[in-house]
Design a protein around this ligand. Structure first.
Ligand SMILES: Nc1ncnc2c1ncn2[C@@H]1O[C@H](COP(=O)(O)OP(=O)(O)O)[C@@H](O)[C@H]1O
Ligand SMILES: [Mg+2]
Length: 123
């Protein structure tokens, strides 16, 4: 694909950081406590016209309040000290590449975000 490596890194990093934070919520002292069996997986796939990068975790899924304003800067955060910018920035980076970002799964078994980017051959 044709992409700016630093920007693409930032988009994936923001999604992985969210997954890690969901998998290791802070205890009363603010110390991250990893859930047993916590995992984050990245699956990349290529079709004739798109490249997709899935960030898959097995955490608790997103609270409805986070889903309601997920892509709006400063609005989606439910974390103390969270900016609510991570997902919004990842979306902007995907759009700047001609692609997009979607929450494709969120339930009690985990969350999956999918970044899609156009195939370089299309550009
Ligand atoms: N993988 C995930 N699992 C559970 N909740 C998530 C996940 N990704 C995002 N969220 C929720 O969406 C909110 C918005 O994420 P983000 O835009 O990165 O802002 P921030 O991380 O600063 O709160 C988070 O506060 C969290 O509640
Ligand atoms: Mg975040």
């Amino acid at each position: 694909m044709r992409a700016d490596p630093t920007q693409l890194y930032r988009a994936v990093f923001n999604l992985v950081r969210n997954a890690v934070e969901a998998l290791a919520p802070p205890d009363g002292d603010g110390k991250p406590q990893p859930r047993p069996g916590a995992s984050v997986a990245i699956h990349a796939a290529q079709t004739t016209d798109r490249v997709s990068i899935d960030v898959i975790d097995n955490g608790p899924g997103l609270p409805q309040a986070a889903i309601d304003s997920l892509f709006e800067p400063f609005k989606g955060s439910l974390k103390p000290g969270g900016s609510g910018l991570g997902v919004a920035i990842a979306l902007e980076i995907a759009r700047a590449h001609g692609g997009g970002l979607a929450l494709v799964k969120s339930d009690g078994d985990g969350a999956t975000f999918r970044l899609t980017l156009p195939h370089a051959l299309d550009q």
